[in-house]
Structures are given as C-alpha cells and as structure tokens.
Design a binder for this molecule. Structure first.
Ligand SMILES: Nc1nc2c(ncn2[C@@H]2O[C@H](COP(=O)(O)OP(=O)(O)OP(=O)(O)O)[C@@H](O)[C@H]2O)c(=O)[nH]1
Ligand SMILES: [Mg+2]
Length: 212
C-alpha cells in the first residue's frame, strides 16, 4: 500500500529531556547519527514529508541534525513551551496538511515503518489507530491519527483537568491494535531513550549487530 500521499510524519521533540541530563536527547548521537535523524530516516519509508514539533530554542540544532535530508521537513514550534506531549501533538498535527499523520517521539530510534503501515490500514475511516502493549499500556506517541480530529480533541483536552494523551481519545474513534496482532514488527520499535544509560545500551546493541 502506498501511504506517501495521504500520510505525513510528525516527530515530537518539544520535551526538556530532564532524565537525559543537560543536553537535548533529540540531537544526541547514537552510533554516528542523531536520534531525531534516525526517526526521520525510518519515517522516510512511509512518507515524504514530516513536521517536527519542538521549541524555538531547539530548532537550529535539529535543523543541523537533519541537514541534507531528502524529506520535506517543516517545523511546528510550540507557542508556549512545556505544556506536555498532548500540546506537542496538537501543535504538530495542526501543521499537517494530509488526512492522516504517523506520530512518533524523537527518542524512539528503532521505530518500525511496518508498524505505521499496519496502523494506517487500521486507522483509515477512523480517527486513528494505537497499539496496546502486552502489559496493557497504550503507545500514543507511536501511533497514526486523523490530523484534524485528533488536533481538535487535543486542544479540547488541554483545557480539561485530565491532560493525558489518552484522555483525548474519549471523544474520538481511535482503533486499538493489540501488540500481539502486529506482524513483522520488532518490539524494539517501542523502545525510548530516556536516560544516558538507555543511549549507551542502544549503542551497544547496534555495535553487536554490526559486528555479527
Ligand atoms: N511539545 C512538547 N513535547 C513534549 C513535552 N514533554 C514531552 N514531550 C515530547 O513527548 C515525547 C515523550 O516525552 P518524554 O520521553 O517524557 O521526553 P521528555 O519530557 O523530553 O523527557 P523527560 O524530561 O526526561 O521526561 C518526547 O518526544 C518529548 O519531546 C512538552 O512539554 N512539549
Ligand atoms: Mg517527559
């Protein structure tokens, strides 16, 4: 299935990466490639356009990390920083001009394009599709959403008491896909780099793979 005409990418990068330390994890180097570039590289298998949601003070470093990329890259800057991932999704989706968007956090360097193809197939005709992991948790920062309806639901939810991303689903028709039903998708797709230890572990694994 060709997704590139109807699906756009949205990369969430507006957090302060406090568990990571002083530097921005979005542009942290993993085996020679910044995390956010790895994510964009993987999105390139399903789309030719991505929106990067970040703060204004991150933009220059992210642009440098993505320089020379063939995808069309646009920036959706948080008007107010630090309003949480729900706000980041809203700002990113408002900049999307295709019907659906593959949303992914900048700290998930092993994200699998095959996951987005499967989620997109489930999402068509609905407001989105999200994976429920075997432990029962949802993965709303690696999901496919109908851009307009999810952006609106996020904005409404931001004005309520419960600003979890999942709270935005209450007014939407988002399809749940069980992790066990995914085909040919490695569970590393959901790994996120939150700490310097996570980054070292990921680098170590990549080294092992390349020396095999
Ligand atoms: N726009 C925006 N995005 C956010 C915000 N908080 C988190 N995110 C994004 O949501 C995704 C998941 O968040 P976390 O893994 O908690 O990242 P983080 O908040 O930067 O890191 P910690 O400070 O260590 O929690 C990341 O891609 C973040 O960039 C925020 O306040 N605004
Ligand atoms: Mg956080």
């Amino acid at each position: 299935m060709s997704t590139s005409r109807t699906l756009e990418g949205v990369v969430l990068a507006g957090g302060y990466s406090t568990r990571f330390g002083e530097t921005d994890k979005a542009v942290a180097d993993l085996a020679g490639t910044p995390l956010i570039r790895r994510v964009v590289d993987r999105l390139a298998a399903v789309t030719d356009a991505v929106v990067i949601n970040c703060r204004d003070d991150q933009r220059e470093a992210i642009q440098a990390a993505l320089s020379g990329h063939d995808l069309e890259v646009r920036y959706a800057i948080d008007p107010v920083p630090d309003r949480g991932p729900l706000a980041g999704i809203a700002v990113g989706l408002e900049a999307v001009d295709r019907e659906y968007a593959a949303v992914v956090a900048c700290d998930m360097p092993f994200v699998e394009p095959a996951l987005f193809e499967q989620l997109y197939a489930h999402a068509r005709g609905h407001d989105g599709a999200v994976v429920r992991l075997e432990d029962g948790w949802y993965q709303p920062t690696q999901a496919v959403y109908r851009a307009e309806s999810m952006a609106r639901a996020c904005e409404e939810t931001l004005g309520s008491d419960d600003t979890r991303i999942l709270a935005a689903f209450d007014s939407l028709d988002v399809v749940t896909v069980e992790e066990a039903a995914l085909e040919g998708v490695s569970e590393t797709t959901f790994e996120s780099v939150d700490t310097p230890d996570d980054l070292r572990a990921a680098a170590h694994r990549l080294e092992e793979v390349s020396s095999r």
